[in-house]
Design a binder for this molecule. Sequence first.
Ligand SMILES: [Zn+2]
Ligand SMILES: [Zn+2]
Length: 231
Amino acid sequence: MSDLPKRVFSADVPQFKQNGGVLPDTEDTELTAFLDDALQEIYSKSEVPPPCPFCKSTNTGLASRPHARLPLPSFLCRTCRLRQFNRVTGTPLMRLRAAKLPAFIHLLSQQMSYAEAMRRLGVDYTAVENWTKKFRTWLLQLDPSGKWEARVRLGIKVRPHIQCPYCGLEGEKHFSAFLVGQRAIRCPDCNRRFGLKNAETMIQKPAELKIFYEPSSDSKIVPPCGRRPRS
Ligand SMILES: [Zn+2]
Ligand SMILES: [Zn+2]
């Protein structure tokens, strides 16, 4: 798994807005365009039957045209005859609120907290968390190389790894508030606060940003009572 594409973060993006400022736009428009195409395909009103999501047979036909109550066409499979399906059936996006997803995909690649995404979309934490998780799973299904999934940054938090220019401590440092024109970091050992760019100049080595918090990785999520809320 070590040859999976690397997630890239910028040290210049603050985790939160400071003093009423605005967060820089860090949208990866290529990922948005890729997801936009994929969404249009599964929410298409085309009545041309797709393969069966259960048995993969192409011996399928139209079961019902789109109508007011069911806005997507449904299909049936003449091979397994399991049950009617549409193009969303069998994808991780099943049962998600389709109306908010086109706005959500603009945020998925951004170096942004869940709190900011909640505010912009007017939804709760569970929804942002659930959608992020579902889209990351879907991206890996659409492209198992992981190239697109590695462009997701929403909710993921990073910390700089750089030697402290004062006490020499190696490894993880904490981000602190912005200094003029650069992010400030704090050394957990000597407790000094300094600019990231200044530190890079002093020790003549770039800092490495490493993930320290991944809210959507399965290991961190404990669903309440095992229930899967509709979101
Ligand atoms: Zn089938
Ligand atoms: Zn130090």
